[in-house]
Write a protein that binds this ligand. Sequence first.
Ligand SMILES: *Cc1c(COP(=O)(O)O)cnc(C)c1O
Length: 347
Amino acid sequence: MAKFELEKLVRPNIWKLEPYSCARTEFTGEASTFLDANENPYNDPYNRYPDPFQVEVKKQIVKVKGSTPKNICLGNGSDETIDLMYRIFCEPKVDNVVAIEPTYGMYRVCADINNVEYRTVLLDENYQFTAESLLAKVDGNTKVIWLCSPNNPTGNALNDAEITKILDSFAGIVVVDEAYIDFSSQESWVAKLNEHANLVILQTFSKAWGSAGIRLGMAFASEEIINLMNKVKYPYNINILTQKQALTLLAGKEKVDEWRKIILAEREQLTKELGKFSFVEKIYPTDANFILVKVSDANKLYSHLVGCGVIVRNRNSVSLCKNCVRISVGSPEENKELVKALTSFSK
Ligand SMILES: *Cc1c(COP(=O)(O)O)cnc(C)c1O
């Protein structure tokens, strides 16, 4: 495999793109009177455009996550950073990407939207993969390999040694989506960012940080890749409310750690409870804040739970997930409700 050369991977139009130059980037110093962005002088602070590069938020993120602000691009949820990978690297109708299957649905949806071929490799019975099987699908037009660890909907962390093999032998971009990393015993790839020029790590405020509603995703990558992402994203993609809320969260990190501890304890408790039901055929090991469970009849169980007002995710039609439901770990009260509903199903 050829060695990693960023310019060869990037769509030519993006490589030579002159990004939109907004008022907030042309002047960044201190001043008393800002009359440069056609903003309304009233309705402070929402009258002002937000910081396009979220300097303060990134400064606080690196205190928690490591890395440096230059290695971070923030998105309107991970969904935006996922879409950016296609818009930066994949020429529609020409290039392709390779992903594990089953995995998070947005990789495919964004491929379809961008008219990019999406190639999949089925995981094995333990929901693991080999570098060899993924690399077998790679050709000269493969720009991105999608990995999700811990993986959704299977819950397990992927084998680090195989991920390393992919990083070392694939000359394109390797995305490792770590949306659930805070619930995992596995170490984040962020610590190894400097060892791999082709690595992009995605994390999010939607899960462990309890903030799915503010839409804030983080991408960690080399400065060169981050510069491309910053150039292509909407200039003001992270609004003021989201930036403020993120700063509040980051300042009160102890609370987030507490939530995580409770959720991990509840995950263990719920796993034990689930094991007691005769209709539960398999509880898959999980590194995430959800549990994939194989039952005797997922459609029937799902309908029963809906009738009880408890909604889980029916994954029956997903590859390798026949008769599986994916259950998010809730609060102690919510989990009790679930167990009550499961008990009435078994009767
Ligand atoms: C939930 C989830 C995300 C989060 O996406 P956001 O757009 O940040 O809410 C990303 N990746 C995976 C695999 C997920 O399951």
